[in-house]
Design a protein around this ligand. Structure first.
Ligand code: NAD
Length: 361
């Protein structure tokens, strides 16, 4: 591609303005050619603030009017579905916030539509672009191959959330009109009763991050042995599960707490040590996840340091490179639909009170 990557930007809410738009605007080899928000005045004000040529209130209108290589859509999963389908039909690559969709059926339909039109959809699972997470993955692969810590014995996901904003206070444009995001009917998996749709949305919003990160670090789970919510409707964010990976069992602790920090850890135990990674609050900029390696033979705790950087910025850079070079992104929809599938299987395992084999079909 000889010209700058042309991006049409959709969704000027909190994450749109405060995180994604500012990251794309920083890149010299990409140009934001239009912004869109259902609140037209918001789109117009954001366009004026950043000197962007065009503003729209509907993505269909924008797709027809503007020449672009790709669309970045920062809304909610039930809204992304239609937007990605329309982008694919228009032959545009797309980038959406997580969760990718409200059901694995929707997510697969999105992947099929993008493939049929020769484009891709990338899902903004930024943790895979965190330099600390990537360092942890590299070390895990190395010690598994060398056998220096013995065999893996157990994996543990602990994701209790906390303060995700971490004092972030970037000013953003606002308008009086109410945010319409909550006004759309939530889509849901066909097997789910309507009264579970809202708690399902709440669970998926947060914990698709955990499934995506664990798959990145350790591979796709092969089985759910146990999954239990004490109260799915009232406390959808509290789930305890046991998964099986190709070589070890994995405890999955999803919870929530009030804290001035962010409580999210992935730990792989070996016969003679462990590799652990602790994620930063998502909006804490330039701060990678912290890695710890414990080696019982020495004995020693090692804390290798990853390069400074913000996962969200690295992921925006990756998207632009993939559009420019025509390559499949690391967090493409073709991989990420598995997170929606995995969350569905946790739900079904809980409902049925028994384990489930994971086929990814
Ligand atoms: N990666 C992370 O750590 C992280 C953190 C927070 C939120 N998120 C995700 O970011 C997404 C967006 O969150 P947010 O806080 O920016 O939401 P928001 O409600 O602040 O913004 C959404 C914007 O989309 C606009 N909108 C709604 N429907 C539209 C439509 N059909 N067409 C065009 N514009 C439309 C709204 O007017 C609003 O400005 C969510 O999916 C959420 O899960 C991710």
């Amino acid at each position: 591609m000889s010209h700058k990557v042309k991006i049409a930007f959709l969704g000027c809410g909190m994450m749109g303005q405060s995180v994604h738009l500012r990251n794309f605007l920083k890149m010299a080899d990409c140009e934001i050619v239009a912004v869109c928000d259902q609140r037209r005045e918001l789109a117009q004000k954001v366009a004026a603030k950043h000197g962007i040529a065009a503003a729209f209130a509907s993505h269909q209108e924008m797709l027809q009017a503007v020449e672009c290589d790709a669309v970045v859509a920062i809304n909610y999963p039930h809204i992304h579905y239609q937007q990605v389908m329309d982008c694919a039909r228009a032959g545009k690559h797309s980038y959406v916030e997580k969760p990718m969709a409200m059901s694995s059926a929707d997510a697969k339909a999105m992947v099929d539509a993008t493939r049929a039109n020769g484009v891709f959809c990338m899902v903004a699972h930024m943790k895979r672009y965190d330099t600390g997470m990537r360092l942890a993955k590299h070390i895990i692969d190395e010690v598994k191959a060398s056998g220096e810590l013995g065999k893996p014995t157990h994996a543990r996901v602990h994701y209790f959330c906390g303060d995700w904003i971490a004092g972030y206070n970037e000013p953003r444009v606002t308008v009086a009109e109410a945010n319409p995001s909550g006004g759309y009917p939530l889509r849901r998996p066909e097997f789910m009763p309507p009264e579970h749709t809202q708690p399902w949305w709440e669970f998926l919003q947060q914990f698709c991050h955990a499934t995506n990160a664990l798959r990145f670090l350790w591979g796709d789970p092969t089985e759910i042995r146990y999954a239990r919510w004490e109260d799915f409707v009232r406390q959808p964010g509290r789930c305890l599960a046991v998964l099986h990976l190709s070589d070890v069992s994995c405890t999955f602790e999803a919870g929530g707490m009030r804290a001035h920090f962010w409580d999210e850890e992935y730990k792989l135990y070996f016969e003679k040590g462990w590799v652990e990674v602790k994620c930063p609050p998502p909006l804490l900029q330039q701060t990678p996840a912290q890695v710890e390696v414990y080696r019982a033979d020495k004995p020693a705790f090692e804390r290798p340091v990853a390069a400074w950087g913000w996962a969200f910025e690295n992921e925006a850079r990756h998207f632009v490179e993939c559009v420019r070079d025509g390559k499949e992104p690391l967090t493409s929809g073709a991989d990420t639909w598995k997170d929606i599938y995995l969350c569905e299987q946790l739900y079904l395992s809980h409902q049925e009170g028994k384990g489930r084999e994971l086929t990814y079909e």
